[in-house]
Design a protein around this ligand. Structure first.
Ligand code: PEP
Length: 259
């Protein structure tokens, strides 16, 4: 039986940029410009403060919302944290987990990623789980070992159904916000390795269904070559998602040929 094609997935990670007013202005313009782009899952990840306003502005459009992180408890004395059910209520369908900035600046471990991925599913959110190696690790030849560890520990305990729904973002840390993109061959090789491990550890069907995004200095000029790689199903875009025109063009270039 042939595997159904994976729907391309493009998410914009705004990090700590944009006020509520800036968000609403962006979403209104963006939704109008991408309304005829079919066959691509389109997601914006504004800061927590703008999530609800973004969801309202995107209502009844083909644009979905993601939060940039979550905490694994439902509620409690966890000052500064936000839970899965709160994010769901605010109107998001997705949540980014284990972004390298969370790992390096805020101490998120693989075990924290595992708990957050579980909490996201429990709240009815689809996690976008980020993995990737540092430049040192790549230069030492440890890239695949690092990815294996992040997959094994961060995704431990997921069911086949959850794995099939999950989105994984391969984001080499040396390419994030640096302007230095992985070559299409480097991205393709890492994605094929990740897909192989997901098939091996979770089963061929869910491993084949899971969408794999590339992230790291994606821009209009390089998206076509990246998305052309067999196991690259889309992109997690930081800087280039802050401008409506650029992000629309990136989304548009991820459209499947037949749509
Ligand atoms: C990111 O924040 O996930 C990212 C990939 O950033 P940039 O596109 O700016 O490198």
């Amino acid at each position: 039986m042939s595997t159904p094609a994976r729907t391309p997935f493009v998410a914009g990670n705004w990090k700590m940029y944009k006020t509520v007013a800036e968000t609403v202005k962006y979403v209104k313009e963006f939704r109008a410009r991408v309304k005829d782009i079919g066959g691509v899952d389109i997601v914006l990840a504004p800061p927590f403060t703008a999530l609800h306003a973004a969801a309202e502005a995107a209502r009844a459009s083909n644009v979905a919302l993601a939060a940039q992180d979550l905490y694994w408890q439902r509620e409690g004395a966890f000052t500064g944290e936000v839970s899965g059910p709160m994010i769901r209520e605010a109107g998001a369908e997705y949540v980014i987990v284990g972004h390298s900035e969370r790992r390096t600046l805020f101490g998120d471990t693989d075990d924290a990623v595992r708990q957050k991925v579980g909490a996201a599913f429990a709240a009815g959110l689809t996690p976008i789980a980020c993995i990737g190696e540092t430049l040192d690790q790549r230069e030492r030849g440890d890239t695949f070992e690092v990815l294996d560890r992040q997959i094994r520990l961060g995704l431990d305990g997921l069911t086949s159904d959850q794995l099939a729904q999950l989105v994984v973002a391969y984001e080499p840390i040396w390419a994030i916000g640096t302007g230095r993109t992985a070559t299409p061959e480097q991205a393709g090789e890492a994605h094929t390795h990740i897909r192989g491990r997901l098939r091996q550890w979770f089963g061929a069907e869910p491993g084949e269904a899971c969408r794999l995004l590339y992230g790291g200095s994606v821009k209009v000029a390089n998206i076509a070559d990246l998305i052309a790689q067999t196991d690259v199903d889309g992109a997690l875009v930081g800087g280039a998602s802050l401008e409506v025109a650029d992000f629309c063009e990136i989304v548009s270039r991820c459209r499947p040929a037949a749509v």
